[in-house]
Design a protein around this ligand. Structure first.
Ligand code: ZN
Length: 246
């Protein structure tokens, strides 16, 4: 549905996806500033766990992997306590005893939760030092809109092709090196080929000491002439509409 569907950034690669009347948080709750990336501001964390504003009646919370710039145990516990209807899907075993928590353990799983078709697959985390981290990519179908997330998945063209084969995403949410690096662009354009792409996992502008946002903006202009099908998401509470018709 055009117009009222959107993606809202909490920080880094944390988002709330509102689509076809469904609300999905992904890596939305993290509270540690790492050396390169920003944390979610406290007021945004409070809104998210209390279900205020945009975060009201969130159906599902997804976690791609257990890194401090993607996941925080305490805020996730508060979310589960305050939104008892929410379903948590995660490879992190913190709340395994709760019935609304679905722990991922197999290499690939497919299921339907809260009216959303979910396929997830373990994808190699970017950087050889993180190879042992269980990082899951997600393909979501929220009643006709297909959304792809890779977590911190490596730029592995074969692995991503095997995961996303036949999915034809309407929307892909990708870490910024998929835009800023040539081999990333090859995968974004030729392997994933989403109708719309949101590029994220930036630090907030005030924390961006390496100038990642500016370099992404430069590449977007130079390589894609600011094609509106590719949007950057880098400021907490920034919203991008989901549009599948261009
Ligand atoms: Zn990570």
């Amino acid at each position: 549905m055009q117009g009222k569907d959107y993606v809202l950034l909490t920080a880094n690669a944390g988002v709330l996806i509102c689509c076809n009347g469904k609300k999905i948080m992904a890596d939305a709750l993290h509270s540690e500033k790492t050396n390169r990336f920003s944390r979610v501001p406290d007021n945004v964390l409070r809104q998210a766990v209390n279900g205020e504003g945009d975060f009201a009646e969130t159906d599902i919370a997804l976690v791609t992997h257990d890194h401090p710039d993607h996941y925080n145990r305490n805020w996730t516990m508060r979310l589960l306590e305050r939104n008892t209807a929410i379903q948590l899907v995660t490879p992190v075993r913190d709340f395994a005893e709760r019935k609304n928590v679905y722990i991922l353990s197999r290499p690939k799983e497919t299921f339907r939760l809260a009216g959303i078709d979910i396929t997830c697959k373990r994808l190699l985390h970017d950087g050889t030092e993180y190879a042992s981290i269980a990082n899951y990519g997600y393909m979501l179908d929220t009643g006709g809109t297909r959304i792809l997330l890779l977590g911190d998945g490596a730029m592995d063209a074969k692995g991503i092709a095997a995961f996303a084969e036949g999915f034809e995403p309407d929307l892909a949410l990708l870490n910024f090196p998929f835009l800023t690096l040539k081999r990333g662009r090859d995968i974004m354009d030729r392997v994933i080929g989403a109708k719309q792409t949101i590029v994220f996992h930036f630090p907030e502008p005030g924390d961006d000491i390496n100038g990642y946002i500016q370099s992404a903006q430069r590449v977007l202009l130079k390589e894609y002439e600011n094609d509106p099908r590719i949007r950057l998401l880098f400021q907490s509470m920034q919203k991008v509409p989901i549009e599948t018709e261009f």
